[in-house]
Design a protein around this ligand. Structure first.
Ligand code: SAM
Length: 367
């Protein structure tokens, strides 16, 4: 499904999603409890190989190849220029964990999980696998001990540049990351659209808005709303086709620039979705300060982030938190009070907080 002038489908009700997520976690814990600890722990050992293998299969587009029908490892390897034996053994690991099916006749075929890794699914899960298993991300993670010792991000130390500068120099990786972010936004946008009364606003500026997936959804759903999308010039270049596909050329301005310097002034509200989690408190205050400077008193900043509290136990939020710690500028996921304090120190009063099952909208009102 590609985005067009129609809104994305509405999400399931919050209580259904919350119940499903809680049941999955409880179910897993109950299942594990039935086995010796050593058996459960061996699953942990397999985490890295599984990610590397599945990420490479995703990058090589094996699920796309199998979309035509089952193939032997020899056929797959030959078509993709890989070693036949290595391909078979690697795919067998995937199949053993439910990704692809190894049939009795020795051929591999797609199943529910591997179909979700085909190119161009709305969730862009293929791009997520490719990004997480990329050499640059894995190299940063190899330096985890130093991050654990110092609290400093590994990516800059290992690669000598920030992840954003790295992307500028590696357009394929930037594209993969942008696609992954887009997939995340496609999943989250309908929730955000329902959580906050965007129809009350005239102009909404999305700061660090990437391709504009969320902003475009909010504009499609609220015909009275105008949008301004701000991000690095290279990112905005690739946003143009989406803006056109969604019929928003006349309602969305694309303004390149850095949120550490200046953002367009005078919008009714400024959206920051999964931007603050990339940065430490000092740089978040800098970003919020730049945004505050562009605003009139009473205007709103809308921080869209998952809330991860000190005692959080969900695998997604806690996992994302350490990914930010390793890769971004000492980034972190934050809880409600941490966002409130950040807003307070940056010239905002805490407004309404809308918390859904996958994300939250934290409103700050310019003092
Ligand atoms: C984690 S992504 C979030 C993108 C988008 N808000 C979303 O949720 O899909 C962070 C975004 O911040 C942008 N960014 C990083 N540094 C920036 C800067 N100094 N000024 C403007 N945008 C920046 C990146 O290009 C990227 O699009």
């Amino acid at each position: 499904m590609e985005l067009d002038e129609k809104p994305l489908p509405d999400p399931p009700p919050d209580f259904v999603l919350k119940a499903v997520m809680a049941a999955r976690q409880k179910g897993r814990a109950a299942f594990d409890a039935a086995f010796p600890a050593e058996v459960v722990l061996f699953d942990w050992i397999g985490g890295l190989p599984r990610l590397i293998i599945a990420g490479r299969m995703a990058a090589l587009r094996v699920p796309d190849l199998l979309a035509q029908g089952p193939l032997s490892s020899e056929e797959i390897a030959t078509r993709l220029g890989q070693d036949v034996d290595a391909m078979h053994r690697s795919l067998r690991v995937c199949a053993a964990h439910g990704l692809f099916t190894l049939r009795g006749d020795g051929r591999f075929e797609n199943n529910r999980l591997s179909r979700a890794l085909e190119t161009g699914t709305p969730s862009r899960t293929r791009d997520f696998f490719e990004y997480y298993s990329s050499a640059s991300n894995v190299a940063a993670w190899r330096d985890f001990p130093e991050t654990l010792r110092t609290g400093e991000n590994a990516f800059d130390r290992v690669h000598g540049v920030s992840v954003w500068d790295w992307f500028d120099a590696h357009p394929h990786e930037r594209e993969t990351f942008a696609q992954a972010m887009m997939g995340m936004s496609v999943m989250v946008a309908p929730f955000v659209a329902k959580m906050y009364p965007f129809h009350e606003l005239g102009t909404l500026c999305d700061v660090g808005g990437g391709r504009g997936t969320l902003l475009s959804e909010l504009l499609v759903r609220n015909p009275g709303l105008k949008g301004i999308l701000c991000d690095a010039p290279g990112v905005l270049d690739s946003a143009r086709s989406l803006v056109a596909a969604r019929g928003l050329v006349d309602r969305m301005d694309l303004v390149p620039g850095s949120f550490f310097d200046e953002v367009p002034s005078g919008a009714d509200a400024y959206l920051l979705k999964t931007v603050l989690h990339d940065w430490d408190d000092r740089r978040c205050e800098k970003i919020l300060g730049v945004v505050r400077k562009a605003m009139k008193p009473g205007a709103k900043v809308l921080v869209v982030e998952q809330l991860v509290e000190r005692l959080a136990d969900d695998p997604m939020g806690t996992g994302s938190d350490v990914q930010m710690m390793i890769v971004c500028g000492e980034g972190r996921e934050r809880g409600r009070d941490e966002f409130a304090a950040l807003l307070d120190r940056s010239g905002f009063a805490l407004g309404r907080v809308f918390e859904g099952p996958v994300t939250a909208v934290i409103e700050g009102v310019a003092r």
